[in-house]
Ligand binder design. Structure first.
Ligand code: NAP
Length: 300
């Protein structure tokens, strides 16, 4: 068996075409242009690259973006004050704080400061709680992108065994919650999991987000399964690879995402979707209508 390669670039492009239409329609209807504020602290090259990509993607969609750069040794209170100002700014519908932050920051405090209804990354406690009870406001972008990839490939989740490798707050845990919401049977593995392979081999769908190249080898994967590789690892030669032995596993799986070109382009796309949804809700509130759904019209 040779796996179908799931083309995240193509799927993201399709979704982005719809984004442009939504932005134009919103401007026509209500005069509102979606606005995203991005906060970057320090000069980590990877973070700077992610921020540039997000800002370029906004420009392509007609979303207004404002970038706020701070030096690495900034007083956290200055960042908090900026977030509070952006919370009050009616032209800003989404606020994103690029992670990681320098060690002298209390990340939880920063994320709590972002207004829950501008929290397009979905990291505020309120939004995490919404996800837990199945009443999602802003689905976190990376797992949201994985759900959309599966949906576009018509891969059903109901009743499937899904194994998520990685239990972080930004990928693994919300991923598991979204999959449960879609009636999959979910198992979460992490660094302390004993004998990872005994779990991964049971997966109809395997989602890997650990940050370790070659963590998942062909003998750990069930024949005919779907393998979603979220990992991004920069190798000493400058090449980016995922967490899965792509060449080996593709001989066994039914479908697999490549790195790059799989989950990555979807993450930025879902940030755009969340920002547009936030602006649409503002328009609905302003016109006195019931709040528009925070997410695009599908169940997440
Ligand atoms: P993270 O915060 O470092 O979390 C990694 C998770 O993997 C932790 O839960 C950890 O377990 C678990 N883990 C580590 N080693 C493991 C092992 N040997 N076996 C099983 N589980 C293991 O990382 P993250 O932010 O979730 O990101 C994960 C990966 O996804 C990274 O490569 C990151 O670059 C990538 N990523 C990609 C995108 C995208 O758009 N494609 C977006 C975000 C992140 P413990 O909890 O026990 O420590």
């Amino acid at each position: 068996m040779t796996a179908k390669i799931i083309d995240g670039v193509a799927i993201a492009a399709k979704i982005r075409a719809g984004c442009k239409d939504r932005v134009r329609a919103l401007e026509r209807r209500s005069g509102i242009t979606p606005g995203l504020a991005v906060i970057l602290v320090g000069n980590d090259p990877a973070s700077a690259l992610y921020v540039r990509n997000k800002i370029r993607a906004c420009a392509d969609m007609g979303i207004r973006s404002l970038r706020h750069d701070f030096p690495v040794d900034v007083d956290p209170d200055a960042v908090i004050e900026t977030i509070e100002r952006l919370n009050r700014d009616p032209q800003v519908h989404g606020i994103l704080v690029q992670l990681p932050l320098p060690p002298h920051f209390n990340i939880a405090r920063v994320l709590r400061t972002v207004s829950a209804d501008k929290d397009v990354d979905g990291f505020h406690l309120y939004n995490v709680g919404g996800l837990v009870v199945g009443d999602t406001v802003f689905p976190p972008c990376t797992p949201y992108g994985v759900v959309k990839l599966l949906e576009h490939e018509s891969i059903a989740l109901e009743g499937k065994n899904v194994v998520v490798v990685g239990a972080s707050n930004i990928v693994g845990k919300p991923m598991a919650l979204m999959l449960m919401q879609r009636e999959a049977t979910v198992c979460i593995c992490h660094a302390k999991t004993r004998d990872l392979a005994q779990f991964t081999i049971l997966a109809d769908i395997l989602v890997v987000a650990a940050g370790h190249p070659q963590l998942i080898l062909p003998q750990m994967v069930r024949t005919g399964s779907v393998v979603i590789d979220v990992g991004i690892n920069r190798m000493p030669n400058g090449r980016f690879v995922g967490d899965v032995d792509f060449d080996g596993v593709r001989q066994k799986a039914a479908a697999i995402t490549p790195v790059p070109g799989g989950v990555g382009p979807m993450t930025v796309t879902m940030l755009l979707i969340n920002t547009i949804a936030s602006a649409e809700r503002t328009a609905a509130r302003r016109s006195g209508r019931m709040a528009a759904p925070a997410v695009d019209d599908e169940k997440v």
